[in-house]
Design a protein around this ligand. Sequence first.
Ligand code: F3S
Length: 665
Amino acid sequence: MKIEVAKTAGFCFGARRAVDMVYKLLAEGKKAATLGAILHNPQLVAQLEERGVRIVAEPDQTPPGYVLVIRSHGVTAQAEAEISRLRIPYVDATCPNVKKIHNLAEQAGRQGRVFLLMGDPVHPEIVGIVSHCTGPYYVCSGVKELEELLEKKPEWKNAPLALAAQTTFHAGQWQNCSETLKKVCTNAAIFDTICNATAKRQKEALALARRCDRMIVVGGRDSSNTAKLRDICAGQCRTYLIEKADELPDFPAGLSVGITAGASTPASIIKEVLVTMAEVNNTEQNFEEMLEESLKSMNTDEKVHGVVVGISPTEVYVDVGRKQAGFIPAAELSNDPSVKPEDVVKIGDEMELLIMKTNDQEGTIMLSKRRVDAMKGWDVIQEAQESGEILEGKVIEVVKGGVIVLHDAMRVFVPASQATANRGDNLNALQGQEVRFRIIEVNRQRRRAVGSIRSVLREERKAAQQKFWEEVEENQAFTGKVKSLTNFGAFVDLGGVDGMIHISELSWNRVKHPSEVVSVGDTVNVYVKGLDRENSKISLGYRRPEDNPWVKLEREYPVGTVCQAKVVGMTAFGAFASVIPGIDGLIHISQIADHRIEKPQDELKVGDVVKVKITDVDLERHRVSLSIRAVLEEEQARADAEAENAPAEEVVFSTEASEEAPTEE
Ligand code: F3S
């Protein structure tokens, strides 16, 4: 469902002024009585009654000790005189626009003009105005009545007349009335007294009703301006007049619904309607934006002062000095959905809160802390954008297209392109992180603040790079983090500057890919092997000299050493065998056996472990020669020598002739 709220919905200036006057009296600890209901809105009137405000029909009914409030419609001249005669303390909330018509009515009589007034003859505003007339007057409720009156009074053709209207009179009808009078009478003074707020509200309601499938007019059923709004809208689409959210009808899905409200409708009731529609439709972010927008355009200053009296995991209970129980749902406490109520407030905390919804049946008031905080936060955000100041906040959400950073209850959207130092970096890694950012766009109207983490990261990186190049020296040791791997090496972040460990530098052993030695994210100890300041390139060393297998070979395996070696490769001219990890020696084909062989495979295969003698080491060219044959020959020689040196066998001669004489070869 698409919902659109009229910008002019809700309290007009005069209604707001009158209600404020009553609240001011209450805040000053005074007792207040209103001469008639302060506004045509039963919900507001009931609320005031709960706070002890009395409604009196006549001035002399004002209880002693009460201050009488004259409502925005104004009162009769007689009532004014009575108040003054009885010396009743009073405040005059008569709307200045209505006061102006009182003066016109008075002047018309004095100038000898007949005063013609368009409006509802029984409406208190009209009753009040005509009481100020000092000459003849007539009240017509519409153009038809005016025409009939003019027909009956042909003598008015050149007579001095004055025409005015009730402040909430229908603007279109007023046009017809004034034209009708101009045609008939040549000496008419015409005063357009329709209140601007009314005209604007009606015009907007008409335009809204034309583009919507349904209209909701929120306001009291006794309110004349609300009824006029309903009539205007009903001419364009199906229209519902409701006083409270629980009167909302069911709408089929997919409709566009427009909402407007009469001049005497408090913002809290419009908010309640909007919140209920959001709940019913389970609408998403657009609705939230629309609600925020509409709240902004209405009188959003319905704030109350509250004291925390209880905390539960889902709500905070607040005393707002009214009969109703105030509560703040956890979602309205803070813009950070992960915080718990007890982390945000404690019992006894005092705070300013915004009224979100009142439920008279249940006697509760739903309040919001986060919205009040957010309102204050806008100023901070705006200033930060202008000054370029760096702000700090926590990433509370990863959303489609970016992240949400919370700064002092303000939600700042950071698009993906501005969230990390490099395009394509994982946004999820930011969740829960404290970040520094700048505000790059503020649209207060749309309640949108956009930030950039990248601009701060880049700036910090640039500063770090400059410092690094000023201080770096060859052989300097660093501890860095492996950022990425390529086929030819590993890139290491040294703190704002990247260096590269070439694959050959990763290990003394032969490796096919850097991932055999390091992984992205590993912390490594490296040293600067080479610096190319012109091209800002750093080559890093990772292997430790003491691990160099050639050093070990020289120290522990001098030429002549006989040791075990594992065959690791075969060629036509010999076999390679690993002496120690990292060093393979060649057993030439002539050195594989102690006899002539056709090919190495005749005697050896990969994986065989053989006894070899190190016959030569070329440390410069990193070559080692091995020989099996040398081992075999040495062993043979040793065997021969042993045999030669063996003692002669004892010969025992027998005195008796042997059967067979020994023969000697
Ligand atoms: Fe005054 Fe206009 Fe409201 S006349 S009371 S501001 S509608």
